[in-house]
Unconditional design. Structure first.
Length: 203
C-alpha cells in the first residue's frame, strides 16, 4: 500500500486489471462509487477497440450502523447515479469518509431490501471478522439476517466452510462455526481477500 488511491489514475488501475486473466470485476469501494464510472468507461472503450475482454460491475461496500459491512453489486449497465442516490438515502456522504456509517434508523434488513428492489445482489464480506455479519460481537440480529432469502453469498476462507446434510438428503454450505439448527439458509462462498494493492488483483 505504498500508493494512495487518490494518487493513482483510473487508467493505471485498468491497465493492471487488464493484465490479469479476469473477465469480470466488481468495483466496491467503501461508501462511495467514485471509481465505478471511470473504470466502466475504460473497459467499454477497450472492448470496442479489441484490447480487452474486461467487464466492470458497479458496486459499493456499505458500513452499516449495526456494525457489519455489506457489499452491493449491480449490472454493468446499471446507472451509477442510482447507487449514489442509495448512499444518500442511507445518510452516507458518498465520499468514502472514514467516519461514514449508515443512519441509525436504517437496519441491515432494510438495506438488503433496498438493494434487492434495485435489482442488485448483496454479499456478506469477511463474515468471520469484527465487521462481518458473523464475526461482529455487537451485532445481535445476525441469525435473522443470515436467514434472509435475499442474502445467499458470503465471503470467508475456504478452510472454514462446512457442508451440512439435512433430511431428505439436501446439502448446503455454512461457515464452520454456524449452528445448522439456527441458520437455515445455504450459501455460496467466495474465497477471497479484499484487494488493497494493484498486485492483489490476481492471486
Amino acid at each position: 500500500q505504498t500508493d494512495k488511491a487518490e494518487d493513482i489514475d483510473p487508467q493505471r488501475y485498468f491497465d493492471a486489471l487488464n493484465q490479469t486473466t479476469l473477465d469480470l470485476v466488481a468495483v466496491t469501494d467503501h461508501n462511495c462509487v467514485n471509481w465505478c464510472e471511470p473504470l466502466i468507461d475504460l473497459a467499454k472503450n477497450a472492448r470496442e477497440n479489441g484490447t480487452s475482454k474486461l467487464h466492470i460491475l458497479p458496486g459499493v461496500e456499505i458500513t452499516t450502523y449495526e456494525g457489519p459491512h455489506l457489499v452491493a453489486i449491480f449490472d454493468e449497465l446499471f446507472p451509477v447515479e442510482e447507487i449514489r442516490q442509495l448512499l444518500t438515502r442511507l445518510k452516507l456522504s458518498g465520499k468514502g469518509l472514514p467516519t461514514d456509517r449508515v443512519d441509525k434508523e436504517i437496519t441491515i434488513t432494510k438495506i438488503i431490501q433496498e438493494v434487492d428492489e434495485m435489482g442488485g445482489i448483496i454479499i456478506g464480506p469477511h463474515i468471520h471478522t469484527s465487521d462481518g455479519l458473523w464475526g461482529s460481537k455487537e451485532f445481535r440480529g445476525r441469525t435473522d439476517v443470515l436467514n434472509d432469502e435475499r442474502l445467499r453469498i458470503l465471503v470467508a476462507p475456504s478452510k472454514r466452510i462446512k457442508q451440512v446434510t439435512d433430511k431428505p438428503p439436501f446439502h448446503r454450505f455454512l461457515f464452520a462455526s454456524m449452528d445448522s439448527e439456527l441458520i437455515s439458509n445455504s450459501f455460496a462462498f467466495i474465497n477471497v481477500s479484499d484487494c488493497h494493492r494493484l498486485d492483489d488483483f490476481e492471486l
